[in-house]
Design a protein around this ligand. Structure first.
Ligand code: S3P
Length: 421
């Protein structure tokens, strides 16, 4: 596809619901006693994979656009799936489900697409096996023998909300307490939702303690817009001349707002307004206008707070004055694709001064860049980042596969081009 270019970006929009919260709404809703209603659900391919898996375990789920009703059957209400569960491209579905499946009284198996079959699962199977889980495989397909679990005290080696959540979900089925110590704070949507559903959970800084409970209470969940999707428009608004974009109702949970901190450090013209909170999840309107950006250093505890936004933050760095260093971001190598390699490879095609490092990249901004034929590696966030990048390149650019945006943002291109009108 040829990437159409706009000359300025003006206007306002709402982005689809948060992917992490949408997944958790279905999963925890399925385990609650009664009907959970989710509004603002992200009907992207990843979250639909989660719905599909739970339907296969006899959970009735009605989908009506972005309104979803989950007829929960209680913590012990899942039924043996008649066939292997299929998580598509979704790491969240695969890893979180491992935590739930480990403690069932039935056996199951789960797999996904080619990308999922290359993503490391040992990070979840290892702590789960310490809890008594029996899971065969380090890569998908994984074969899970339902087992009796016991709580553990687990010091996490990586900052990963997926690993943390898998252990917490298994903890619901375990005998005794489960205690987790995080290395750095990762997104805490699971803790917030479990707490709202009445689970016996205590969070203190980087420590989480869960006592299994027999019952979760169904909820009315209102999902805010996904800051990871808003990120594309935040960068677009900052780098395009004569532009101003307002993104309404974006989730600004502090475990997710690293991009706002980085924008401020880069000198971006950014405002958050109309802050409000729904079921513990804060949201606001974010406005970003054309900015003179400067390079910055991104590392340490910031990384888990902006891990999914790094490809598009790298786009902003190309148009910033000076050097941007992204470090401590090895996790990028095990996302939908190796995002360090993919970003460096693709950005180099248009003449960018960008260098791959062991744990990130170094980008020197300010060059005049030219159009190129870009590859997405089947990665939704690469496709959207490259579409933003193409806007400021001299000449035309193409994308080899634009359909992958369906994973997290099916109406991305419509929303994007509405801003150029
Ligand atoms: C997610 C956690 C993050 C993130 C992913 C969604 C989640 O992964 O990259 O897109 O919903 O828990 P890790 O927890 O593995 O870093």
């Amino acid at each position: 596809m040829q990437i159409k270019k706009i000359s300025r970006a003006l206007g306002e929009l709402t982005v689809p619901g948060d992917k992490s919260i949408s997944h958790r709404g279905v999963m925890l809703g399925a385990l609650a006693d009664g009907v959970t209603r989710i509004e603002g659900f992200l009907s992207g391919a990843d979250c639909l994979s989660t719905i599909d898996c739970f339907r296969k375990m006899s959970i009735e789920i009605d989908v009506n656009g972005s309104s979803v009703t989950v007829h929960g059957r209680g913590i012990h209400g899942l039924r043996r799936p008649p066939e292997m569960l299929y998580a598509g491209n979704s790491g969240t579905t695969t890893r979180l489900l491992c935590g739930i499946l480990a403690g069932q009284d039935f056996d199951s198996a789960i797999t996904g697409d080619a990308s999922i079959c290359n993503r490391p699962m040992k990070r979840v199977t290892e702590p789960l096996s310490r809890m008594g889980a029996q899971i065969r495989g380090e890569y998908c397909p994984l074969y899970i023998t339902g087992s009796r679990l016991h709580g553990i005290e687990y010091k996490m080696p990586v900052a990963s909300a997926q690993v943390k959540t898998a252990v917490l979900l298994a903890g619901l089925y375990a005998e005794g307490e489960t205690i987790i110590h995080e290395v750095e704070k990762s997104r805490d949507h699971t803790e917030l939702m479990l707490g709202a559903m009445g689970a016996d959970l205590e969070v203190s800084g980087l420590d989480i303690r869960l006592t299994p409970s027999e019952k979760l209470n169904p909820q009315h969940i209102i999902v805010p817009g996904d800051i990871s999707s808003a990120a594309f428009f935040m960068v677009l608004g900052a780098i395009m001349p004569n532009s101003e974009i307002t993104i309404r109702n974006v989730g600004i949970n502090p475990t997710r707002t690293g991009i706002i901190d980085v924008f401020k450090a880069m000198g971006a013209d950014i405002k958050t307004e109309n802050e409000r909170t729904s079921a513990g999840e804060p949201a606001a309107d974010i406005t970003v206008s054309s900015s003179d950006l400067k390079g910055t250093v991104i590392g340490g505890e910031l990384i888990p707070r902006l891990i999914d936004e790094l490809p598009v933050i790298a786009v902003a760095a190309l148009f910033a004055d000076g050097e941007t260093v992204i470090k401590d971001a090895q996790e990028l190598k095990v996302k939908e694709t190796d995002r360090i390699h993919a970003v460096v490879n693709e950005f180099s095609k248009c003449g960018a001064d960008i260098e791959e490092t062991d744990d990130g990249m170094i980008i020197r901004g300010g060059r005049t860049l030219h159009g190129a034929d870009f590859c997405t590696y089947g990665d939704h966030r690469m496709a959207m980042s490259l579409t933003v990048l193409a806007q400021l390149l001299d000449g035309e650019s193409t994308l080899d596969d634009e359909k992958c945006v369906e994973i997290s943002y099916p109406r991305f291109f419509e929303d994007f081009y509405s801003l150029g009108k």
